[in-house]
Design a protein around this ligand. Structure first.
Ligand code: PLP
Length: 223
């Protein structure tokens, strides 16, 4: 059965609002990115019909297929690339997306900067940090962050913040705290953190961008 997508979005929004208000009424509401990867197109349409316009995808090709179909009807959608990006997909990524959350190495930064120049499109980007030092995960190592940031700056990339995906089996609190500390140290205003299981905590800790999939669309069916 199709879940009530509008009700789910409202519930997530309400929970974020409640948390932010509890912590500090002056906190700005974070942006809610509805993560539509792998979800059937009817669910994504339901979110669009409910008025939601900010979506996240983690694969360029899948996003091209889906949004190639949807974007003509919803020209004001804002698409965020939240998954790892291969250098050879930089061109397609710049063409499709509005924001990129997963810059984690200089080679990719160079490819993106080159494509933005070529396409005359300047996208805000986030540096993904591997706060859990997980080998299989994307994100730059903590020690590499200063150099990568300097490299991005030299390339003229507009780095607006940091992003992290905490290890699945750990309390995310210290990862969110670390990301916040790093962003502050480098004068970066935005923090992309928090998913279905921990978005309220992320909101309480100052996230500006929250990436929620399952809590809005239901479990992903990878079959
Ligand atoms: C899939 C994904 C999400 C959403 O995860 P849920 O637990 O379904 O909310 C958030 N961020 C990234 C980077 C993802 O790949």
């Amino acid at each position: 059965m199709m879940p009530d997508i509008k009700a789910n979005i409202d519930a997530v929004r309400h929970e974020i609002e409640r948390t932010c208000k509890h912590v500090d009424t002056a906190i700005n509401q974070p942006k809610l990115i509805a993560v539509s990867k792998v979800q059937p197109i009817e669910k994504v349409r339901a979110a669009l019909e409910a008025g939601h316009r900010v979506f996240g995808e983690n694969r360029v090709q899948e996003a091209e297929e889906r949004w190639g179909e949807l974007k003509p009807d919803y020209k004001d959608v804002e698409l965020h690339l939240i998954g790892g990006l291969q250098t050879n997909k930089a061109s397609n990524a710049v063409a499709l997306f509005d924001v990129i959350h997963s810059v984690d190495r200089l080679k990719l930064a160079k490819a993106l900067a080159g494509e933005m120049e070529k396409q005359g499109k300047k996208l805000p980007v986030y540096i993904q940090v591997n706060t859990g030092r997980e080998e299989q995960k994307g994100g730059c190592a903590l020690e590499e962050l200063p150099e990568l940031l300097a490299g991005c700056k030299a390339l003229g990339l507009e780095v607006v913040g940091l992003m992290c995906i905490p290890p699945a089996n750990e309390d995310p609190t210290m990862h969110f705290a670390l990301l916040k500390k790093l962003a502050k140290r480098h004068g970066l205003p935005r923090l992309s953190m928090g998913m279905s299981g921990d978005y309220a905590l992320a909101a309480a800790m100052g996230a500006t961008d929250i990436r929620v999939g399952t809590a809005i669309f239901g479990a992903r069916d990878y079959r």
